[in-house]
Design a protein around this ligand. Structure first.
Ligand SMILES: [Zn+2]
Length: 72
C-alpha cells in the first residue's frame, strides 16, 4: 500500500496528533468533490487530495487537486 509514485512523499514531518511519521495519500471523489460555488452542474470539479497519518488517521493536508480549473 505504497504511493511512492507521488514524488512529494512526506519529508520528515510528524503527525501532530500521535507523532507518527508515515503518511499516506488518498483522494475524495463522488460526494466529496469540490466544485466552484457558482457551478450549477457538476462540471469542472476537482478531486480533493488528502494526506493523512497512517497510524491514527489524522489528516495533515487537504487540497484541491486541480485548482486551475477554478480560474475563469
Ligand atoms: Zn498520527
Amino acid at each position: 500500500m505504497e504511493h511512492d509514485n507521488d514524488s512529494q512523499t512526506s519529508a520528515l514531518k510528524s503527525c501532530k496528533r500521535c507523532g507518527g511519521t508515515e503518511f499516506g495519500h488518498g483522494k475524495i471523489v463522488g460526494e466529496g468533490s469540490v466544485y466552484p460555488l457558482k457551478a450549477r452542474f457538476a462540471i469542472g470539479g476537482s478531486e480533493l487530495v488528502l494526506e493523512f497519518c497512517l497510524d491514527c488517521g489524522e489528516v495533515d493536508s487537504l487540497r484541491v487537486k486541480a485548482p486551475h480549473s477554478f480560474r475563469n
